[in-house]
Write a protein that binds this ligand. Structure first.
Ligand code: FAD
Length: 261
């Protein structure tokens, strides 16, 4: 690991001001610190954002759940309000990594990192989330750009993520047995006027499946998925699963998700 300066911000304004040049934000450190240790990334300054008041916490209304960026996965998983309003979101948070990761890792860090196999990005797409940054509001559909790439500009701080409350929803993943990252994870959300289906782990970034959304919009049932053909073209192929197996898993996970809605 290369040397860096450690700075702690007391406000979002101070964090944004400190984040110039080769600086980056430090939240739970669950992804950033290993990247630094493996020399996959190097920064001159790490700006600790965990002490910023108001950046953590959960606000629930009848239409949405707004979660502060430094809220940990464990806090989301154990929130009674989240469990009541969008149970699938609690289940997702409870299935991330292990207790250590869930007690340090944050929702803001997870989506800023945009790991292709991360869970929260799929919730953002399926639940039509809005990403609130210190500068603007970004719809989830425009936020995830590619592998570890997002719409965030240099030094742009995520303040909160706001999820729309669906009529019903479910998230099911086939986890890697070691890390618990998704080999394939599917999030299905049924709203009054549309069905949204997002897939993580299968491609170079999270994506929505238009084929599955179209079929489920006209017939929201597990059997409706039988006639959908999921192409393996462009899907990930690695030591964990071939592209063809991932295409198969997308259908299996979707069927399970719809059945458990
Ligand atoms: C062993 C292990 C298993 C894991 N398993 C899973 C899993 O099953 N599913 C899953 O989804 N994830 C998994 N993770 C990742 C975990 O969820 C991390 O918490 C997450 O990827 C990063 O969150 P963090 O708060 O630790 O961010 P950090 O590591 O502190 O930061 C990650 C990146 O986000 C940036 N960042 C952080 N906060 C903000 C912000 N508010 N605004 C802008 N940029 C910000 C940082 O600058 C950095 O570039 C695992 C991690 C480990 C180590």
């Amino acid at each position: 690991m290369k040397n860096f300066n450690f700075k702690s911000a007391a406000s979002t304004k101070e964090a944004s001001k400190l984040a110039s040049g080769r600086a980056t934000f430090l939240a739970g450190g669950m992804s950033l610190i290993p990247a630094l240790k493996l020399r996959l990334a190097a920064y001159s300054d790490l700006i600790n954002i965990k002490n910023i008041k108001g950046l953590s916490g959960i606000k629930v209304s009848s239409k949405s759940i707004k979660i502060g960026a430094t809220t940990t996965h464990a806090e989301v998983a154990s929130s009674k309000e989240v469990g009541k309003s969008i149970p699938s979101l609690s289940i997702l948070a409870d299935g991330i990594g292990d207790p250590q990761v869930r007690n340090r890792g944050t929702i803001g860090g997870s989506i800023a990192n945009n790991d292709p196999a991360a869970d929260y990005p799929s919730a953002c797409l399926a639940l039509n989330a809005t990403i609130h940054t210190a500068k603007r509001k970004i719809p989830a559909d425009k936020f995830f750009k590619g592998m570890f790439e997002t719409e965030l500009k240099k030094g742009e701080l995520i303040e909160a993520i706001e999820f729309e409350v669906p009529e019903k929803s479910s998230y099911v993943k086939y986890p890697n047995p070691a890390s618990r990252y998704a080999v394939v994870g599917v999030y299905v959300a049924k709203f009054n006027k549309e069905v949204r289906v997002s897939v993580t782990g299968a491609g170079n970034s999270v994506f929505r499946s238009k084929e599955l959304e179209t079929v489920l919009s006209s017939n929201f049932s597990a059997v409706a998925i039988d006639n959908v053909n999921i192409s393996s073209k462009g899907l990930n192929s690695d030591i964990h699963a071939s592209a063809e197996y991932r295409a198969h898993l997308i259908k299996v996970m979707t069927r399970k998700a719809v059945s458990s809605c």
